[in-house]
Ligand binder design. Structure first.
Ligand code: PLP
Length: 380
């Protein structure tokens, strides 16, 4: 445990420079940090309101959607997740949750806390969600209202076929809630083309912004469902009916909460950078750097947890060599190379490393540093 600091000894906090190659946050480019250091203005200032409109347009581009209700929730990815569940799930509504890692498990918790009933479709950690299992579950549960799944499971590095899962859900008259925290900006995500209804993401992964914001988008079907609820949303802060007065439309803004002004400058800059690079180019960059890392880690004798066709380029889970003290090796990476990589989560704790190549962290210099550092610590 860290020793308590005496009040007198505390001065400004100067963080060390690290290279962030874990499951997020990813490296934040200086250009974005500079944007966040610009003067704070009022959150109802006309200049800020104009910036909010631009943010919505930029997010529609990132999500590939025309959805009017597309905005960043003031809170981390978990708040975006909870916003989707508390608004779309009413007491006793049935939700099928596809679980193939940690974050599917959190979705189950969200359904239960919203008062819903859950049917779980389980797949092994490190595999994609099996569409056939979802279809069987829908046949067995014809009263299902919502199907929820994680597009990019950060705990394992597996990517599921969101287009197919959403198509099945729609055929059975269900809405979809989709976790795109790790996919947005790093791998194709086509909200409108795939017919996704409620999608949430995070600022700190492939968008390379600081943590604490959760871009979300809702289809017309999802908004209609929220408007026609029989019961009040069980959260004042996340109730979309209220948030709409602040982020919705371009009519006069009414105070809902004080927006995190400077972090929103950062997200705006991150999305401008994404637009400048081009979405498809960003996806291609993530794939190229993944290929380079893959060649290197395989040359070191490490194996990938996920089979090639389901692998996420931005989150590489590799199994650990026998006998390696993985926590000590990660501590050395941090101390000697200033490099952060991720440990295994949940059932995979102590069994894998998770190497992130997300957003600004996805660049050849990082791949090269990571391979050199891994070689160093594994030799030691
Ligand atoms: N969903 C997924 C797939 C994630 O990877 C994460 C965070 O790592 C979350 C949800 C929660 O996001 P946050 O930590 O920003 O609350």
């Amino acid at each position: 445990m860290n020793a308590p600091s005496s009040l007198e000894s505390i001065t400004s906090f100067i963080p060390p420079h690290r290279v962030l190659m874990g499951p997020g946050p990813s490296d934040v480019p200086q250009r974005l940090l500079d944007a966040m250091a610009r003067p704070t203005i009022g959150h109802l200032d006309p200049a800020f309101v104009e910036m909010m409109e631009q943010l919505k347009t930029l997010l529609r581009y990132a999500f590939q959607t025309q959805n009017e209700l597309t905005f960043p929730v003031s809170g981390p990815g978990s708040v975006g997740m909870e916003t989707c569940f508390v608004n779309l799930v009413e007491p006793d509504d049935k939700v099928i949750v596809c679980r193939n890692g940690v974050f599917g498990g959190r979705m189950i918790e969200n359904v239960l806390r919203a008062g819903g009933a859950v049917a779980v479709v389980d797949d092994a950690w490190g595999t994609a969600v099996d569409p056939n299992k979802l279809e069987d579950a829908l046949k067995a549960n014809p009263d299902t209202k919502v199907v929820a799944f994680v597009h990019a499971e950060t705990s394992t590095g597996a990517q599921s076929d969101a287009a197919t899962l959403a198509e099945i859900a729609r055929r059975y008259g269900c809405l979809t809630i989709v976790d795109a925290v790790t996919s947005l900006g790093g791998t194709p995500l086509m909200v409108d083309e795939w017919g996704l209804d409620a999608v949430y993401s995070g600022s700190q992964k492939c968008l390379s912004c600081t943590p604490g914001l959760s871009p979300v988008t809702f289809s017309e079907r999802a908004i209609e469902t929220v408007k026609n609820r029989k019961t009040k949303v069980r959260s004042w802060f996340m109730d979309l009916n209220l948030v709409l007065g602040y982020w919705g439309g371009s009519a006069k803004r009414t105070y809902h909460h004080t927006a995190p002004i400077n972090p929103l400058y950062g997200l705006h800059e991150a999305l401008v950078m994404l637009k400048e690079e081009g979405l498809e180019q960003a996806w291609a960059r993530h794939r190229q750097n993944h290929e380079a890392l893959k060649a290197g880690v395989e040359a070191l004798g490490l194996q990938f947890l996920v089979k090639e066709q389901d692998r996420l380029p931005q989150l590489n889970a590799v199994t650990l060599p026998a006998g390696l003290d993985e926590a000590a090796a990660r501590a050395r990476l941090l101390k000697e190379y200033n490099l952060e990589i991720g440990a295994g989560l949940g059932d995979l704790a102590g069994k894998v490393w998770r190497i992130g190549l997300m957003g600004y962290s996805s660049r050849p210099a990082n791949v090269e540093l990571c391979l050199r550092a891994l070689k160093g610590v594994m030799k030691a």
